[in-house]
Design a protein around this ligand. Structure first.
Ligand SMILES: [Zn+2]
Length: 398
């Protein structure tokens, strides 16, 4: 059977029908917000290449976290920028280090209202900027995998002692997940999760982060431990090893240039939660184009997040987390209809289902100029579509 009997456009003819058959949901519970903490900062330091992102001083981290929390995002991934660096990154496992203090501050101020995750690596903490212990080989240097592992275990334990719920090893050292699991268990932290940067590519999209975290390597690059962008099948080997070593959550990083990898990892390990890290370069690209008015940033950022969810990611680490959460909460999701009732309260007449997606607020928010886009959208009937987007649909979700 084919055209004209079959017309896929019929299912796209109204917002209600599109919402009914949408295959992918996106809500703030899926989002993780990275937070940079700088030990010697006195006030928030803007990151030039990431407009809207700051490096926060200790003592103010919790204020930023509370702001993000109010937008509906309750998962944080903490990165530290220490005041002192050395060859072995000893500030990374110092109980009084920047991340450890930041985690204690967040725990003290937020209690159990947020899940606190920490990046476990050495590159911000070493003078050479590599993710492990650098050794001299015959004629050159190299990052010594096995010498690095005990340090990773110590870093993870120090984060758990400070109050981290989840540790996220990002060094791409072989065996790092197993080492951290053993170290955590031996220290009594059997309930601390490991979110493994299982599939981390040697990507040019990390550029803006390196400014943010002051972690550019002083020499060489990270291609001897991070994955080659030309490879996809190898991702399955990396993910499989992390599963065997005890990872609770797998991760692919970056996200947007590696949606195919997200998909094959999810298909290979459907019984493991998968996170995707939409990295600094992805954020900066959209921000730059948005600032110039070259694309509709609100719409584009949600489209990107949907694409990552559609590829198979359960959770997304993104610098857009608070902004995306606000769009979803305020019903300003260009792809779906507004909430028809307030979540958590009595369902509307004829409705029986709580909203699973988006924010808790039901009210559509009037948008100046935003609706015009709908009218121009190819395939839509001008006017009808725009109206359908805005009008409340009692019971539409039930
Ligand atoms: Zn690193």
């Amino acid at each position: 059977m084919g055209f004209p009997t079959v017309r896929p456009r019929r299912l796209r003819s109204s917002q209600r029908l599109r919402d009914m058959v949408a295959e992918t949901d996106l809500g703030p519970e899926r989002l993780i917000a990275p937070i940079f903490v700088q030990e010697d900062a006195r006030e928030p330091v803007p990151v030039d290449a990431m407009p809207g992102v700051h490096r926060w001083p200790l003592g103010a981290v919790h204020e930023e976290a509370k702001r993000i929390l109010e937008e509906g995002v309750d998962k944080f991934l903490v990165f530290g920028i220490p005041a002192r660096k050395d060859e072995v990154g000893s500030e990374a496992y110092n109980p009084q280090g920047v991340v450890q203090r930041a985690v204690r501050e967040l725990r003290r101020e937020l209690g159990d209202r947020a899940t606190i995750m920490t990046d476990v690596c050495m590159c911000q903490y070493t003078t050479h900027g590599h993710c492990g212990i650098v050794a001299r080989g015959p004629g050159s240097w190299y990052v010594d995998n096995d010498a690095t592992l005990p340090y990773m275990g110590k870093i993870a334990v120090s984060h758990a002692e400070a109050g981290a719920d989840v540790v996220a090893p990002s060094s791409m050292m072989d065996g790092v997940v197993g080492q951290i699991r053993r170290s955590l268990d031996e220290a009594g932290f059997t309930n601390v999760l490991i979110m493994a940067y299982s599939v981390k590519y040697a990507s040019s999209f990390y550029g803006p982060f390196r400014e943010a975290a002051e972690s550019a390597p002083a020499f060489g690059d990270r291609r001897t431990y991070q994955m080659d962008p030309r490879n996809a099948a190898e991702a399955l080997k990396e993910a499989e090893l992390d599963v065997e070593e005890g990872a609770d959550i797998l991760m692919v990083k970056p996200a947007l240039p590696y949606l195919d990898v997200i998909r094959i990892v999810k298909d290979a390990f459907p019984h493991y939660p998968l996170a995707a890290y939409s990295v600094s370069g992805e954020y900066s690209m959209l921000r730059a184009a948005g600032e110039r008015g070259w694309l509709d940033e609100d719409r584009a950022l949600l489209e990107v997040l949907y694409s990552i969810r559609r590829a198979g990611a359960d959770a997304i680490i993104t610098y857009y987390a608070p902004r995306a959460a606000r769009l979803l909460r305020e019903g300003r999701n260009a792809f779906r209809g507004p909430r028809s009732h307030r979540g958590g309260q009595a369902p509307p007449p004829g409705g029986s289902q709580q909203p699973r997606e988006g924010g808790r607020e039901a009210e559509p928010v009037p948008r100046g100029g935003g609706q015009g886009r709908q009218a121009r959208h190819p395939g839509g009937r001008a006017g009808g579509l725009g109206h359908g987007l805005r009008a409340p649909h009692p019971g539409a979700r039930g």
